[in-house]
Ligand binder design. Structure first.
Ligand code: FMN
Length: 207
């Protein structure tokens, strides 16, 4: 085949690819693909409870914490605190504290997402710390997934025993309440994503 023919073929493929991208995404293809990536990240996240021995880098942990702190919070109070647990003995103790944390000793890190009552809204709005810390938690789960890591939310705050156990283990001050511990690591399983979309849960204007 002549060099000229090859060049024409390559150019033709490039033009077709570009046209397809513009047709699928419109003019603003960069924004569109970023949106598609973000939506696909949300739709494909799933809880991961088995991890390899590989550690997380400082940069990865930093990105997860930045994602957590990018969450919205009521009156922008940001009443959250994060305790990063990478000590294997502490992770083992966590595993023995509550059944939900059975994967803790395998995780590269646990991130305890807590609410600081000294920074929470005073009065009736104080309970918003749970919403704020939950938003931070979901951001971390999504960031972990986007980074190719595996993570799972393990709930703490609804059980007095779990709260006191985690508080003691992590030496939390009295005014700091653990919402959950997120276990994170390099995934050693790839469970199927659950399809939870259910039109019966959707109501327009009135129930
Ligand atoms: C508030 C809350 C508490 C949870 N606690 C635990 C837990 O203690 N241990 C656990 O393995 N998973 C826990 N999960 C993860 C759920 O089991 C999981 O999100 C659910 O089964 C849906 O699966 P998916 O995350 O793969 O979509 C918790 C999730 C939430 C939101």
């Amino acid at each position: 085949m002549k060099v000229q023919t090859i060049i024409i073929l390559v150019l033709a493929v490039l033009v077709i690819a570009l046209a397809a991208k513009i047709l699928l995404c419109g003019k603003d293809s960069k924004t569109c693909c970023a949106k598609q990536d973000a939506i696909s990240n949300i739709m494909t996240r799933t809880s991961i409870r088995a991890y390899t021995d590989e550690a997380l880098t400082k940069e990865q942990i930093d990105t997860l914490l930045r994602a957590g702190m990018a969450a919205p919070s009521a009156m922008n109070k940001q009443p959250w605190e994060f305790v990063v647990i990478d000590d294997k003995e502490t992770l083992k103790s966590l595993k023995n504290l509550y059944k939900g944390a059975r994967m803790a000793d395998q995780a590269a890190v646990g991130i305890a997402v807590c609410g600081n009552m000294q920074n929470a809204i005073e009065g009736e709005g104080q309970g918003y710390w749970v919403d704020d810390a939950s938003a931070a938690t979901e951001n971390i789960l999504l960031a972990a997934h986007a980074m190719g890591l595996g993570a799972v939310w393990t709930g703490v705050h609804v059980s007095e025993d779990r709260v006191s156990g985690v508080k003691e283990l992590l030496s939390l001050p009295e005014y700091v309440i653990p919402l959950c511990v997120i276990m994170v690591g390099h995934p050693a399983e790839s469970p199927e994503v659950k399809d939870k979309y259910n039109t019966e849960k959707i109501h327009f204007n009135k129930w």
